[in-house]
Design a protein around this ligand. Structure first.
Ligand code: LLP
Length: 431
């Protein structure tokens, strides 16, 4: 369970009142709990303890240096998808030798940088990419460690925009073609076949698709491991989290409900996968993103106006889709609660931002407590794919980020100054 809960009527993160952070750092404000980051990492790590394993945090979910340092200090590796991310790992004090590099479009420069830094493995997504890695490695007189990302063609049963393991998606190499690719790769002088990787999608709330995919791929891993002396099998990321109301607001009674029993916990995940993976005798890599950071973060926003139309009750807040795009992009649910607990009746509300698009909303027709101008709301479970997907749309500055640890808090990214938004732009001399 996460670290955000009411103490009396006030929302706290650890032992810090969220309101005090907003007073100090303004709004909109992302707040992360270091306790939750650590707790989630350790729970997963312990559940997998019977396996030789390495957690490579999918840093695309939250790449703030303080968040990354927290994981690096716990021994985490990182799943990176660009040179920028690899440079961030180094800046955060992470170890490139514990990094896997994924993505369908790695450029020559990115491959060269990763080779020079000695990453653990490239997760190769096509044969032309394999040939390119071999060429770059030859030029640098290096041997590149690679794994092929197998697309197992298993439906993860998640949102269409975040499913990745079927032949409708651009990711990986088709299951049937993988053996052939390994046979050809084995002949490339500057390639070392180190493992096999897969990732079927994100926000999976059941263990079944994971188990199905692993079961389907197992015979292939066994065959390839024996033939090419592979060292690891990566089962990717995708462990889903609970975005639903009761849990997010920290209601202990919720844990006794039948819905709670269905949650994909590290224990459920491990119980289904350990028996399949243990006999392999390979090192197991995982690339969780959302599970580690999602419920460790909130986005706090201020109510600017209330606007009643004939049909709607709009709560206009100072955060917008540029700060948290998930509701606009995926129709995602984020629970919204006031920083000061309110009693009384709820009112059906649309919480919307100031951006000039109808898609700029955080919820529609949701029963919420009555709030007034100047109140603050928290959007929960915003630690994953929140700040990292923010933009400067409408020339809005990026929000500030704060990390809390017990009774301590630190500003880990100051609010972006407005002039910073256009500081690197130039007007041509002819104007
Ligand atoms: N490994 C690979 C190769 C991935 O593509 C991803 C996520 C992960 C691991 C981590 O998945 P996770 O454990 O976080 O589910 N922006 C979307 C999610 C996009 C996920 C992209 N790939 C969202 O806000 O829901």
């Amino acid at each position: 369970m996460h670290d955000f809960r009411y103490v009396g009527k006030k929302l706290f993160c650890g032992r810090v009142a969220v309101e005090s952070l907003v007073k100090k750092h303004g709004s909109p404000l992302y707040i992360y709990s270091q306790h939750t980051l650590t707790d989630h990492f350790q729970k997963l790590d312990h559940a997998l303890a019977p396996l030789d394993h390495l957690i490579c945090f999918a840093m695309k979910a939250n790449s703030n240096l303080a968040v990354m340092r927290t994981f690096a200090n716990l021994g985490s590796g990182f799943d990176v998808v660009s040179e920028g991310e690899l440079r961030r790992v180094i800046a955060a004090g992470g170890d490139p030798r514990k990094c896997v590099f994924a993505g369908v479009g790695k450029t020559e420069l990115e491959i060269e940088f990763a080779l020079r830094k000695g990453i653990y493995c490239f997760n190769v997504e096509s044969e032309p990419e394999l040939l390119r890695i071999n060429r770059v490695a030859a030029r640098l007189k290096k041997v590149a460690p690679v794994a092929v990302r197998v697309n197992p063609n298993v439906d993860a049963g998640t949102h269409a925009k975040i499913t990745t393991g079927t032949y409708e998606n651009k990711f990986g190499i088709a299951f049937e073609q993988v053996e052939g690719v390994y046979a050809r790769a084995a002949k490339l002088k500057n390639i070392r076949l180190r493992g096999l990787q897969m990732h079927i999608g994100s926000q999976l709330t059941e263990v079944r698709p994971f188990a199905l995919a692993v079961k389907k791929v197992l015979p292939l891993v066994q065959k390839l491991a024996a033939k090419h002396h592979l060292e690891f099998f990566s089962i990717g990321g995708g462990i889903g989290i609970v975005y639903q109301p009761a849990l997010a607001s920290g209601d202990a009674a919720w844990w006794k409900t039948s819905a709670a029993k269905k949650i994909l916990t590290p224990q459920t995940y491990a119980a289904a996968l350990l028996p399949l993976l243990r006999p392999l005798g390979l090192k197991i890599l995982l690339e969780p993103g959302r599970f580690l950071v999602g419920n460790a973060g909130i986005l706090v926003t201020r109510v600017e106006y209330l606007k009643r139309t004939g049909r709607k009750n709009f709560v206009i807040v100072d955060a917008a889709m540029n700060d948290l795009i998930r509701p606009a992009f995926y129709d995602s649910y984020h629970e919204i609660i006031p920083l000061t607990k309110k009693g009384g009746a709820t009112i059906s509300s649309d919480v919307v931002g100031p951006i000039c698009e109808s898609g700029d909303y955080f919820c529609k027709d949701r029963p919420l407590p009555k709030v007034g101008e100047g109140d603050h709301l928290a959007l929960l479970s915003a630690g994953a794919y929140g700040f990292v997907m923010a933009s400067n749309y409408n020339s809005r500055g990026l929000a500030a980020e704060v990390l809390v640890n017990g009774n301590k808090s630190a500003l880990v990214r100051p609010r972006q100054g407005l002039e910073e938004i256009w500081q690197s732009e130039r007007v041509p001399g002819w104007m």
